[in-house]
Design a protein around this ligand. Structure first.
Ligand code: FAD
Length: 1171
C-alpha cells in the first residue's frame, strides 16, 4: 500500500478541488508530454558519440547549391588533375595549382530576396505587406513547429545533470503549515507605497569582388571617432539601472493553481536538483540573487523570502531548459509557486527572465495575441521600427529576440495604441553569419558516408569551436535544444611535434607547460581587480531539498540592510552582503582554444625556486631555494604589456633551471596558443586586462558542428519564421538621437535610407576602428576612446583538403613547434614572428565530411598571412606536414583555402582583445547605448569577448535594453507578496468567499490529520545520509595539514596564509601524485562506508514502508471519523464530470471573483504570454 496522498498531489492533479482552465492535468507534464513525443538533444556525431538516431526536425543546413556569392572571405586554391580523383577519375599528372576567381567559388548561402530597392522602400509600406520573400527552394523550408509533436528535448547523456540521481523512495513528510491564500480578494484597492526606483575564404579579396559595392562609395568623410568634437566630453553616462517601478494598479489574475508546474510524481529533492541544474544551465546562481534581482526585489521581499523566490525562479528555468522548443508561458511560470500568495513573485520573475533572455530565446515559437485592441484598427495604429545592423550572431540573436519579445509583450504595445514594433536587419554581405562562415568545398568525397548524407562539405573560416556546452552556454539551447544539429566532440588528446617532426616527450611537455602557467600566474598579480557585487543567498539546504522557507520576517532586504548600517561601527549598506573578493589564478591552458583556465587562489604565492622544484625541475647548481624572479620593476616600465613582461620573465627561469632550446620552442608554442585566443601578438595585450573574462569559461567538451556552424545563424535567421532581413546592404551612415528625442536614420551605400526609432549596431570593432561608417553626431569621446583602446587583431587559417587522410585519424588536434628566426636562439624576440605559423592543426574530417586539415596562423603569423601568397603558404604547410608524416604527404592538396580576415571590409580582423592601454570597463563602455543607438557584438561582451556565444549573448542584452526603453522597467505590484494573515482577515471581514474558507478548512484539516498521525506513530523515519563516495575526500581530510604546510614552505612574504582553495588544489595535486598502494586505505574506507550505507538503507526502507502503511491506515480511519470539509465540493465535481463539463473555470457567480474580460482574453490567448 502506498503512502497517504499528500496535499501537494491534490493541488497539482486537478482533482478534488476547483481546477482551472488550461491547467489540467499538470503543466509540467504537458511540457514533458510534448518532450517525450520526440527526440532528445542531438548526440555528438560519431566517432565520439555515434550519430543521432533521430532526425532533428529543425535542420537548417542548407542543401548544396551552386550559387556564387560576392562574399568571399577566403581565397580558394583548387587543384585539378590528380587531385580531382576524390570526385572523379584519376588523372596521372598533378596540374599546377590554380587560384580560382573568388566569384567562381560556389558558396551555399541562404537566398533571401532583398526587401528594399533603392527606388522603393517597402519599409514605408504597411507592416502587413510581406517584406521578405520566402526562402528559396534550395533551402529546406523551415518546418512548421508542431509543438505537440516536436522532438523531445532532454539532456544528452553526454551532459549529465550535475547532481547524483536521488535514491528511489520518495520521502513522505507531513505538510508544512499552510500559507496558501487565494489572491483574488486582495486586489484593486490596496494602496501601493509610493513608487521608488530602487533605484577567399576570407580574403584579402573578400569583399573586393566585382559584386561588392565599390569602396569608393564609402564616404571619404567618414568620421574617425577619436577626432570628433565631443572628445572633450567626460565619462560615459551610467547605464540605466534595471530598476522596477511600483505601480498602483489592479493586480494581474492568474488562471492557474499553485504547484501546477511541479510534477506531483517527482520526489521533491529530485525536482530541486532539476531546478538547480536549470539555473546553472542558465548562468544563474541557483542559491543567490543576480545583482539585478537584488535591485528589483530589495524593497519587496525579506532575506528569508529569498529562498522561496529562488525556488520559483529556478523552477521556471527548469521548465525552459527541459524543453526550449516551447516557450514557457506566464501561467506555467506562475504554477512554479507553491502558494498563491507568491503568484505575483513568480510572474515578476517570469518577466525578468523573459526580458533578460534567460528563457524563451532563440528559435522558439511564441504565439502572439490574436485579440485586436478595441480602439484603433491595425492600419491606424503606429508601429515603431528597430533596425539591427549586421546579421552575425549578435545581430541575428538580437533581431530574433526582439521579435519574440514583441510577441510576448504585444498586448502592452496595443495598450499604448501601437502595433508591436517591426524589426529590420541590414547586412552588408550576401550571406548571414558574419564571422561564423562555413564555406563549402568544391571537392566531393568518392563515397558519401551515410551519416553525412544531405550535409554540406564545409570548413569554418571563422568561429569554429563551441567551448563547452555545460553550465550556461546559450549555444547549447540553440544547437542541441532547438535546431537539433549534429556535433562532433573534439578529442582533447594531442601530440606536439618538434620542428624536426619528432613527437615531444610528454613529461617534458608537461613540465614546460607548468612553468608557463606559473609565469602567467605571476603576472596575473597585476590584473585589474574585478569589482564584487552583492551576494544575497537563500537557504542552501532548503533549496537543495526543494522546500520554501516557512519563516517570514517582514523587514525587506533594504530595511534589514539599513537597520544593520545604523548600528555603531557597522558597514554602510553598499558594503553589506558583498561577495568575497576572489583572485583567479591561471592553472592550465586549453590547448584547443588557447584560453587560460583559472581557479581561485593567491597569485605568485610561492618563491619561484620553490615552485619550479615542486613542478619537477631541478635547480641549477648553486641556486638557492629562496631564489625568486624580479617582476615588479618590469611591470612599472612605460608601455609595459603582457608580452613585454613575459618576454623578460622567461629568461629569468633560465637562471634557475637548465632550459634547452626545445624548452624555448615549447614555451613559445604556448605563447602562440595564447596569441591564438587573442588574435594578436602578446606584445599588443594589456598586462592588466588580458584575462578580463577569466572564470567565465563553460564546462564540457569542445565541439564542432557537423556540416557547418553557420547552420546556427541560418537557423536564427529562418526559424520559426524568416526575419525581415536585407542582405547586400552595407551601411555607411547612422544618424541617431543622443537624447532619444528624435528618430534615427540608417543610410546604406546604395543610397537606401531606413528610418528607425531604435538602431542596434553590431558592426565589428575592426570596422568601427577603421572609421568608414559615419555616425551623426559623431560618437562621444567616451565611446570613441574605448573603441581605440580595445584591440582587434587577426587570426587566419590555412585549410587543406586531401584525397585521403595520412594523419592519425583518432586525433583531432596536433601541435607543431616552430624554429625561431635565428636557429637555436634563446632570445624571445627571435620567436615572435615564427611561433604562430602553422603551430596548431585540426583534423576536421568529421565535421567537414572530407579528409581536411586546418592550420592556424596566430600572432604575427596571422598578419603575415594577409600579405603572403597562396602558393607559398600551401608549400610551407606541406613542408611542415612532411616533416611529421614524410612522403605520405602529397605534394599538393586537392583543394585549399586561405583566410584573410583583416582584409575583409565587413570584419577588418578576427576578434577583439585587451589592447595595451585598455581600461577595466572598456567592454562595458562598448555596450553602453547612446540615446536611441544601441550596441551589440562580441566586442561588447566583457564576460565572453571574442566568441560566438559572447556575440549571441550581447544580442540578447541589446534586445532587452531596447524593450526596456520602449516599455519602461518591469512593474512590481505592492505588496508583492500578500501578507499571510491578510486574506483571512479580509475574508473574516466580508465573510463571503466560500471557496477561500473551504480551502483554509481543507488545509487545516490536513494539518490536524497529520498532527494526529504524528502524535500516534511519530514522524516518518529519516533517510540515512549518503556517505562520501570518493576516496579523495577522505584523503584530503586526513592530509589537510600536510597540504597547508607544503604551501607555507617557500611562501613569499606578504602573501598571507594559504587560502582554503589553495589547500584544496594542493591536496588534489598530492592525491594525483599518491601511489595506488598509498591510496588503498582511503579506497577501503569508501567501500566500508558504502557497505554501511547499503545496510542502513535496507533498514530504513523497511521502517519507512511500515510507517507508510500505518500512516495510510490511520489516515483512512481519521477521514472516516472526521469527514473532510471538501466532501460536498467533490460531489459537485462528480456532477460536473457526469455532465461532461471539462473545465472548472467558468465564472462562478457565488464566488464573484472572475473578471469576465480577463476570462475572455485568456480563453483566446490561452498560452499567450503578455506583459
Ligand atoms: C578566424 C576566426 C576564428 C574564430 N574562432 C572562434 C571559435 O573557435 N569559437 C568562438 O566562439 N568564436 C570564434 N571566433 C569569434 C567569433 O566568430 C566572433 O566573436 C563572432 O562570430 C562575432 O559575432 P558578431 O555578431 O559580434 O560579429 P560578426 O559575426 O562579424 O557580425 C557582424 C555583421 O555585421 C556585418 N557588417 C559589417 N559592417 C557592416 C556595414 N557597414 N553594414 C552592414 N553590415 C555590416 C558583417 O558582415 C557581419 O555579418 C573566431 C573568429 C574568427 C575570425
Amino acid at each position: 500500500m502506498g503512502p497517504p496522498s499528500r496535499p501537494r498531489s491534490r493541488d497539482s492533479s486537478g482533482a478534488g478541488k476547483r481546477s482551472v482552465r488550461g491547467s489540467s492535468p499538470n503543466i509540467d507534464s504537458r511540457r514533458s508530454n510534448r518532450i517525450s513525443a520526440s527526440s532528445s538533444f542531438a548526440k555528438p556525431s560519431s566517432p565520439a558519440g555515434g550519430i543521432s538516431s533521430s532526425t532533428p526536425d529543425r535542420r537548417v543546413q542548407v542543401k548544396e547549391s551552386s550559387s556564387s556569392s560576392e562574399d568571399i572571405a577566403a581565397e580558394i586554391v583548387v587543384w585539378t588533375g590528380d587531385s580531382m580523383d576524390v570526385d572523379g577519375p584519376e588523372s596521372p599528372t598533378p596540374a599546377p595549382p590554380e587560384i580560382s576567381n573568388p566569384a567562381d567559388v560556389a558558396v551555399e548561402d541562404i537566398k533571401m530576396e532583398p526587401i528594399l530597392s533603392p527606388s522603393s522602400s517597402p519599409l514605408s509600406q504597411p507592416a502587413s505587406s510581406p517584406s521578405i520573400q520566402p526562402p528559396s527552394p534550395s533551402i529546406e523550408p523551415p518546418p512548421s513547429l508542431d509543438l505537440e509533436g516536436s522532438p523531445a528535448i532532454q539532456f544528452d547523456p553526454a551532459t549529465p545533470l550535475p547532481h547524483d540521481p536521488p535514491p528511489p523512495t520518495p520521502p513522505l513528510s507531513p505538510p508544512v503549515p499552510a500559507t496558501e491564500v487565494d489572491i483574488s480578494p486582495f486586489v484593486e484597492n490596496d494602496i501601493a507605497p509610493k513608487a521608488e526606483d530602487s533605484s577567399s575564404s576570407i580574403s584579402a579579396v573578400s569583399e573586393h569582388s566585382d559584386l561588392s559595392p565599390a569602396l569608393s562609395s564609402v564616404s571619404s568623410k567618414a568620421t574617425t571617432p577619436v577626432d570628433n568634437e565631443s572628445s572633450k566630453e567626460g565619462m560615459a553616462p551610467p547605464v540605466a539601472q534595471p530598476t522596477s517601478q511600483v505601480k498602483d494598479k489592479p493586480r494581474r489574475r492568474y488562471d492557474v493553481r499553485p504547484k501546477v508546474s511541479i510534477p506531483p510524481d517527482l520526489p521533491l529533492y529530485e525536482y530541486a536538483t532539476q531546478c538547480i541544474s536549470g539555473a546553472e544551465a542558465s548562468r544563474l546562481n541557483p542559491y543567490a540573487l543576480h545583482p539585478e534581482e537584488y535591485t528589483m526585489l530589495r524593497d519587496h521581499i525579506s532575506h528569508t523570502q529569498v529562498t522561496t523566490y529562488l525556488n520559483i525562479r529556478n523552477g521556471i528555468l527548469r521548465l525552459w531548459v527541459r524543453n526550449p522548443q516551447i516557450a514557457v508561458t506566464r501561467d506555467e511560470a506562475v504554477g512554479c509557486a507553491k502558494d498563491s500568495r507568491w503568484f505575483d513573485v513568480a510572474s515578476l520573475s517570469f518577466d525578468w527572465l523573459v526580458r533578460r533572455g534567460y528563457i524563451n530565446f532563440g528559435c522558439v515559437e511564441i504565439r502572439s495575441s490574436r485579440k485586436p485592441a478595441a480602439e484603433n484598427s491595425p492600419g491606424q495604429r503606429k508601429q515603431k521600427t528597430i533596425v539591427v545592423i549586421g546579421a552575425g550572431m549578435s545581430g541575428l540573436g538580437c533581431a530574433r529576440q526582439l521579435e519574440g519579445l514583441f510577441k510576448q509583450y504585444s498586448r502592452r504595445f496595443r495598450e499604448m495604441g501601437e502595433e508591436p514594433p517591426r524589426v529590420v536587419v541590414l547586412e552588408g554581405r550576401s550571406r548571414v553569419g558574419g564571422r561564423v562562415y562555413s564555406r563549402a568545398f568544391t571537392t566531393r568525397p568518392k563515397h558519401v558516408s551515410p551519416h553525412f548524407e544531405g550535409r554540406r562539405y564545409t570548413a569554418e573560416m571563422g568561429g569554429m569551436i563551441i567551448t563547452g556546452f555545460d553550465r550556461g552556454n546559450p549555444i547549447n539551447i540553440l544547437l542541441r535544444g532547438q535546431l537539433g544539429l549534429d556535433y562532433h566532440k573534439l578529442n582533447p588528446d594531442m601530440t606536439i611535434y618538434d620542428s624536426n617532426g619528432k613527437a615531444v616527450d610528454f613529461e617534458r611537455d608537461q613540465m614546460v607547460e607548468k612553468l608557463y602557467n606559473d609565469c602567467l600566474e605571476r603576472v596575473s598579480e597585476y590584473k585589474f581587480q574585478q569589482p564584487t557585487s552583492k551576494l544575497i543567498e537563500g537557504n542552501r539546504d532548503l533549496i537543495d531539498e526543494g522546500r520554501d522557507s516557512s519563516a517570514e520576517t517582514h523587514k525587506t532586504i533594504r530595511q534589514a540592510e539599513e537597520a544593520a548600517a545604523a548600528q555603531p561601527y557597522a558597514a554602510p549598506v553598499s558594503e553589506q552582503n558583498m561577495a568575497p573578493q576572489v583572485h583567479l589564478v591561471p592553472v592550465s591552458s586549453d590547448r584547443a582554444t588557447g584560453k587560460v583556465h583559472t581557479e581561485p587562489g593567491t597569485p605568485g604565492a610561492q618563491k619561484a625556486a620553490h615552485r619550479v622544484k615542486d613542478i619537477g625541475w631541478t635547480l641549477k647548481h648553486g641556486v638557492s631555494d629562496d631564489a625568486d624572479l624580479e617582476i615588479d620593476s618590469l611591470t612599472q616600465e612605460p608601455n609595459a604589456t603582457l608580452g613585454s613582461v613575459i618576454d623578460k620573465i622567461i629568461p629569468q627561469y633560465r637562471d634557475l633551471v637548465d632550459f634547452t632550446a626545445q624548452d624555448f620552442r615549447l614555451m613559445n608554442w604556448h605563447v602562440a596558443n595564447l596569441e591564438y585566443s587573442n588574435a594578436t601578438n602578446y606584445n599588443q595585450m594589456s598586462l592588466r586586462g588580458w584575462d578580463i573574462d577569466a572564470g567565465n569559461e563553460w564546462e564540457g567538451a569542445h565541439t564542432m558542428v557537423v556540416g557547418g556552424y553557420q547552420s546556427v545563424p541560418r537557423g536564427l535567421a529562418m526559424l520559426p519564421t524568416p526575419l525581415n532581413l536585407k542582405q547586400k546592404s552595407p551601411v555607411q551612415k547612422i544618424t541617431y538621437s543622443p537624447d532619444s528625442t528624435g528618430r534615427a536614420t540608417v543610410e546604406c551605400e546604395d543610397g537606401v535610407r531606413v528610418e528607425a526609432d531604435y538602431v542596434v549596431n553590431t558592426i565589428p570593432l575592426g570596422v568601427l576602428k577603421h572609421g568608414n561608417v559615419q555616425f551623426d553626431p559623431p560618437l562621444p569621446s567616451w565611446k570613441a576612446d574605448a573603441i581605440s583602446r580595445l584591440g582587434f587583431g587577426v587570426l587566419n587559417k590555412v585549410i587543406l583538403v586531401y584525397k585521403e587522410a595520412f594523419w592519425n585519424e583518432n586525433r583531432d588536434i596536433f601541435g607543431v613547434l616552430r624554429m625561431p628566426s635565428s636557429r637555436h636562439s634563446l632570445e624571445q624576440k627571435d620567436y615572435s614572428s615564427q611561433r604562430g605559423r602553422f603551430f596548431q592543426w585540426f583534423n576536421i574530417s568529421e565535421p567537414s565530411g572530407l579528409p581536411v586539415l586546418l592550420a592556424l596562423m596566430a600572432g604575427d603569423a596571422g598578419y603575415d598571412t594577409e600579405q603572403s601568397c597562396n602558393d607559398d603558404l600551401v608549400a610551407e604547410a606541406t613542408e611542415v606536414l612532411r616533416s611529421i608524416y614524410g612522403s605520405k604527404v602529397p605534394k599538393q592538396p586537392v583543394e585549399a583555402v586561405v583566410t584573410r580576415w583583416a582584409s575583409d571590409k565587413f570584419a577588418r580582423g578576427s576578434y577583439s582583445s585587451a589592447g595595451p592601454t585598455m581600461e577595466a570597463d572598456d567592454y562595458d563602455t562598448m555596450a553602453r547605448p547612446i540615446g536611441n543607438l544601441y550596441f551589440a557584438g562580441e566586442h561588447t561582451s566583457g564576460t565572453h569577448p571574442a566568441t560566438v556565444h559572447g556575440a549571441y549573448l550581447s544580442g540578447l542584452r541589446a534586445a532587452s535594453e531596447v524593450l526596456d526603453a520602449m516599455l519602461g522597467p518591469i512593474e512590481i505590484p505592492t505588496p508583492l507578496i500578500i501578507p499571510k494573515d491578510h486574506s483571512s482577515l479580509k475574508r473574516k471581514a466580508s465573510g463571503v468567499n466560500h471557496r477561500d474558507s473551504l480551502e483554509a478548512r481543507l488545509r487545516q484539516y490536513e494539518i490536524d490529520m497529520w498532527d494526529h498521525i504524528v502524535s500516534l506513530i511519530d514522524r516518518r523515519p529519516a533517510m540515512p545520509t549518503k556517505p562520501a563516495s570518493n576516496a579523495y575526500i577522505f584523503f584530503s581530510k586526513s592530509n589537510y595539514d600536510n597540504a597547508r604546510k607544503k604551501l607555507e614552505e617557500g611562501r613569499r612574504p606578504g602573501k598571507g596564509k594559504p587560502s582554503a582553495n589553495e589547500v584544496r588544489v594542493m591536496s588534489a595535486k598530492m592525491w594525483k601524485e599518491t601511489s595506488e598502494e598509498e591510496k588503498r586505505p582511503f579506497v577501503e574506507m569508501v567501500e566500508e562506508q558504502k557497505r554501511g550505507y547499503t545496510e542502513k538503507m535496507e533498514q530504513w526502507k523497511k521502517l519507512a514502508e511500515e510507517w507508510d502503511e500505518k500512516a495510510t491506515e490511520l489516515r483512512l480511519k481519521y477521514e472516516k471519523e472526521h469527514p473532510a470539509p471538501n466532501a460536498s465540493e467533490e460531489e459537485g465535481n462528480k456532477r460536473r464530470r457526469a455532465a461532461g463539463v471539462e473545465s472548472y473555470a467558468e465564472p462562478d457567480e457565488d464566488e464573484g471573483i472572475v473578471d469576465e474580460e480577463a476570462e475572455e482574453e485568456e480563453e483566446e490567448e490561452d498560452v499567450v504570454m503578455e506583459g
